[in-house]
Design a protein around this ligand. Structure first.
Ligand SMILES: *Cc1c(COP(=O)(O)O)cnc(C)c1O
Length: 353
């Protein structure tokens, strides 16, 4: 730390991303990326013209990609906001809708960035424990007088709330903004975007990083009322009007237009998830019921950190958190069928020793 850092930031604990080893010799099951390359249509979307146009700034209104997204979800283009990854949108939302009086609440065990943004933007927060089964108890959020942010499915548990629960929360908090982070919704959950027809206190955030094979392109989007989207734009245009680069706009549009490939990849991942979950259960693991592209699992005979280290020695990366009460668990991203077969064999060997 230099002696120049503002006192405001001295205590902040930044987000720790999963490892991104650059030598690529690992089976990488640690950051919930899609194991499949983007569709061939996406690969072909970048031509010489697109590259030559890089001399120009990108469209600050992101018109084309916004229009593709709005058509896909059947909403008005003025209800869509595109960000440089959904993390950027979360950051804008923490800034736009909170202050020392307008607090936010979220589950005690959830996506780590909510806590980080809450500290960075000095938003008071309340963390609500999960049940013993690692579920979100929606009663805790009914009429709670704070803005709410929920990852649905939740991370790192993978457990998904039904639409009816989200609706209860929206209905009971008409004066609060309810932000639903649907980073993993395409792996078996039901998006709450249709609830926007009935509720104007909803902000839905999604990403191209997981289900649309484009983590490296950094594209996220939000769908909400026109007014909420205007507020996000107010922050964006006060910070970085060209927040999404030209190439990513082209890639994102092509990815969203290739519905067949999207279905094929997500179905494959769901299928593999169900298979590996069953396999791990036969080995004695407890596997939480996941609707995401990862599973969260623990075994009574091995500590989470030991299992993590042993997998790593064998060239397999997963994610482990030292925090109680999830320290016994590891989070395993669903890779290709072949990767998961190797993972399963290695796990069996580890348990046999
Ligand atoms: C991966 C993830 C994000 C971030 O996605 P980007 O669009 O890559 O920034 C946001 N929320 C949750 C819950 C995630 O798991």
């Amino acid at each position: 730390m230099s002696r120049f850092l503002s006192r405001r930031f001295q205590e902040i604990e930044p987000y720790t991303p999963g490892e991104q080893p650059q030598d690529m010799q690992y089976i990488k099951l640690n950051t919930n990326e899609n194991p499949y390359a983007p569709s061939s249509k996406v690969l072909r979307a970048i031509n010489t013209e697109a590259l030559e146009n890089l001399r120009l700034y990108s469209d600050p209104e992101i018109k084309e990609l916004t229009s593709t997204i709005s058509e896909y979800y059947g909403v008005n283009p003025n209800q869509v906001f595109v960000g440089n990854g959904s993390d950027e949108i979360l950051a804008f939302a923490f800034q736009a809708f909170h202050d020392e009086k307008q607090e936010v609440c979220f589950p005690e065990i959830t996506y780590g960035f909510y806590q980080v943004f809450s500290e960075l933007y000095q938003v008071p927060n309340r963390k609500i424990p999960l049940t013993k089964e690692f579920q979100i108890n929606i009663e805790d959020y009914l009429g709670c007088k704070k803005n709410i942010i929920l990852a649905n499915p939740n991370a790192p548990t993978g457990i998904c709330l039904p639409l009816s629960d989200i609706e209860e929360i929206l209905k009971s908090n008409p004066e609060q903004l309810v932000m639903i982070d649907e980073a993993y919704i395409d792996f078996g959950g039901e998006s709450c975007i249709p609830l926007l027809k009935k509720y104007d206190n909803l902000l839905v955030i999604q990403t191209f990083s997981k289900s649309r094979n484009l983590a490296g392109a950094r594209i996220g989007f939000a769908v909400a009322s026109k007014e909420v989207i205007e507020d996000l734009n107010k922050i964006k245009f006060s910070f970085n009007p060209y927040n999404v680069n030209r190439l990513s706009m082209v890639l994102g549009k092509a990815a969203m237009e290739d519905e067949d490939y999207f279905r094929q990849c997500t179905n494959e991942i769901i299928h593999t998830r169900e298979k590996i979950s069953m396999g791990l259960k036969t080995l004695g693991f407890e596997v939480l019921p996941s609707k995401a592209n990862f599973i969260f699992a623990r075994h009574p005979q091995i500590k989470g950190c030991d299992y993590f280290k042993k997998l790593r020695e064998k060239g397999i990366l997963v994610r482990h958190w030292a925090d109680t009460p999830i320290t016994d668990f590891v989070r395993i991203t669903i890779g290709t069928y072949e990767q998961m077969t190797s993972f399963y064999q290695v796990t069996k060997q580890i348990l046999e020793r």
